[in-house]
Each structure stands twice: as structure tokens, then as C-alpha cells.
Design a protein around this ligand. Sequence first.
Ligand SMILES: N[C@@H](CCC(=O)N[C@@H](CS)C(=O)NCC(=O)O)C(=O)O
Length: 203
Amino acid sequence: MPTLYHAPLTRSSAVCTLIRELQAPVDIHIVSVRRGDGSGAPDPANPHPEKKVPFLVDGDEALRERGAIMAYLTDLYPEAGLGPHSGDPGRGAYLSWLSYYQGVMEPLLILSVAGVDSPLVRDTFGDLAGMADRLEAALSQGPWLLGDRFSAADILCASPFAWLPDLTPDRPAIRDWLARCAARPAAQAQQAEEAAALARLTA
Ligand SMILES: N[C@@H](CCC(=O)N[C@@H](CS)C(=O)NCC(=O)O)C(=O)O
């Protein structure tokens, strides 16, 4: 069984949501991490080379980065249908969204929070309006990024807006999609677990 190294209230929470959606056996091992507010510390029990989360270990395989972890898990547990497989229609779009998130969306969002704007950033990543255009165009074809099919790409690409509500594009199609993602039972259950973790951390 794969093991996910996870810390509540971090990026790895989106992987936990996927695991709930998959209803698949994954051992979730809680570790501590260094947090932005100065709390927490790297955990010697975390095999991630930089002591970050998420990190997935499956036998001899070890994966970092949520896009890679999500593609690996949806391939490993195909019965759940949460990501098209090689040869399936939509496989290209699926992998593209996972990589677009890692390679464009998250850098754009982080650079925006950091107040970094430069011609190099715009040439490389575009801008938040362009990102919103890409999401909106996909969502004009159906309720999910892959049209009628909900996938891990929705979980990953929706994930930052829970933490960065001010950067949520003010576009009805995107807001409705985020509401659909948040209303799923797996997302609700994970949200309840996160709220309990937050209450413990702040007690
Ligand atoms: N690009 C990575 C980012 C992982 C990451 O930065 N995780 C944070 C938690 S949100 C972390 O583990 N921070 C602890 C540290 O940097 O020491 C991914 O999406 O998986």
C-alpha cells in the first residue's frame, strides 16, 4: 500500500481529498513541517528530500509534487475513474492541466502574493487574467475542466483558491466550478478534518 506523508492545512490536503475520492488504500502518515508563520519544524520521519509535503512512497517508487502524485494515484487506482488513462480520450488534457497547475498556475499565484511583476514573469507565465481565461474556456465546455468528467485536475487546480480567496477570478463560471468542487462529499469531509486540525493547532 502506498504511504502519503502529509501535514494538515498544507498543500498535501488536496492529495488527501483525492484519496477520499479514490476510496483507495493509502496509508496517511502525518509529519510536521516548517510553516510560513514560523511554527512547525522539518520532521526526520519525512523522506521528502526537502522535508516538504506531500510525498508519496510506493515500494521502490517515491514521488514529490502534487501533479505527479495525483497522476500516479489515479493511474494506480483506475476503478475510480478520476483521471483518463493512457489511450483514453482526455488523457492529454488531463496531464496538461496537472502540469499547467504546477508549471504556471502556482508560480503565477505565488508571484502575485509576493508582489513580483516583471516582463520576464509575464513572458514566462502570462498573467492571472490569462490564467482565468484558460479556466473559463475549459469550463465553458462542461462542469469540470475535462468537460463532463470530474478528475484530479479539478481538485488540484481548485485547491489554491481555498487559501487565496482574494485571488479567485471574479468570473461566474470559475466561482460556480469552485463551489461544485467544494460541495463534493470528499471535499466536505476533508474540510471538516482540516477545521478540526486548525482547532487543535490554535487551542
Ligand atoms: N510544489 C510542491 C510544494 C510543496 C510544499 O511547498 N509544501 C509545503 C507545505 S504547503 C511544505 O512542505 N513546506 C515545508 C518546508 O518548505 O519546509 C507541491 O505542490 O507538492
